[in-house]
Design a protein around this ligand. Structure first.
Ligand code: GLU
Length: 321
């Protein structure tokens, strides 16, 4: 009898240890620059999780980062548990293309899709940059290393036949530095792949230097869509940006933001987060205007890495798969 009691006690202790390993006390979501959309969206997820913190038994915090590419690498090294990542970069990382050529990130896992983002190019009206090819010879901020916009800028410039080293003066600043530089006449244009409406874009177009959105010709977008299944034709809605020179929505292309994780993150953590957001989708949608378009169905579209088993378990229970 004594032995049985001892064995039971050991099993309980062991179960406790295994459980503690599997479920961290602190979960980190990697986002983007403080002034982007990723950061407040990550904040919305973490605030919803923390309201139920007692039940989940872990605390969720948000980290401002360089963006998509950085988040994928930080997920793979275990520095963060969740990361917001553009769908095109999710695909490239999992398959081993582009920045990850020959090194597929096989532990990358998808959780759900978020808001659509648009490749947004803002230029000084005094530089007369109406379309992508007008960027030739100009000083252009293509975005900080680690960001999604830098990756999109390089691909688009290549399709437009502009050499990033020879064809223009490329800078690598964060969006919030870029807006100051554009108004200070230190750069002529900048790239930003971001959800709309965006507060930073709203503020910069209201500044004293007149600005316009730069059109991406359909022929370039079609070529990019041919290369990449995750791009869609999209246009930048000018109604959100009083003061901008454009009178009509500007043609460009879009990609979804997605929430990713790693195969190493515990199923119960991913399950808890997925369930919390899907079961309270109305609340989540109300936390940022870019999230208003989300539906349970479109949140499962645009994912190319395998679903994390914790997310999959919830989608099966909820009849979404
Ligand atoms: N799409 C950008 C990136 O992947 C981030 C945009 C944002 O911060 O909202 O780096």
């Amino acid at each position: 009898m004594k032995r049985l009691f001892f064995l039971c006690a050991c099993l309980i202790l062991l179960a406790g240890t295994v459980d503690a390993q599997a479920a961290p006390k602190h979960v980190v979501i990697g986002t983007g620059a403080l002034t982007g959309v990723y950061y407040p969206v990550g904040g919305a997820i973490s605030s919803m999780m923390n309201k139920q913190r007692k039940q989940h038994r872990f605390r969720t915090t948000v980290e401002s980062t360089d963006g998509s590419l950085f988040n994928i690498n930080a997920l793979m090294s275990g520095d963060i548990d969740f990361g917001i990542v553009q769908a095109d970069l999710q695909h490239q990382a999992y398959k081993g293309f582009n920045h990850w050529a020959g090194a597929p990130q096989s532990k990358l896992r998808a959780v759900f899709a978020l808001h659509p983002e648009i490749v947004t190019i803002l230029a000084a009206a005094d530089k007369n940059i109406k379309t992508v090819t007008d960027l030739k010879g100009k000083t252009v901020n293509i975005g900080q290393p680690g960001s999604g916009q830098r990756s999109n800028a390089m691909a688009l410039l290549e399709v437009a036949g502009i050499d990033v080293d020879e064809g223009l003066e490329a800078e690598g600043f964060e969006p919030d530095e870029a807006v100051v530089m554009l108004q200070d006449k230190r750069i002529d244009a900048y790239f930003y792949t971001v959800g709309h409406p965006n507060e930073l874009v709203r503020k910069v177009v209201a500044g004293s230097r007149a600005l316009n959105f730069v059109a991406v010709p359909d022929e370039f977008t079609i070529e990019l869509i041919r290369q990449h299944p995750f791009y869609v034709l999209a246009s930048i809605p000018v109604k959100h940006y009083p003061g901008v020179e454009n009178k009509k929505n500007t043609p460009s292309y879009g990609v979804k933001a997605t929430l990713c994780t790693s195969a190493d993150v515990a199923d119960k953590v991913v399950y808890a987060l997925t369930k919390e957001i899907f079961a309270n989708l109305e609340t989540f949608r109300s936390l940022h205007p870019a999230l208003e378009v989300l539906t349970r169905e479109n949140m499962l579209e645009g994912l190319s890495a395998p679903l994390h088993p914790g997310a999959e378990q919830y989608y099966r229970e909820a009849g979404l798969l």
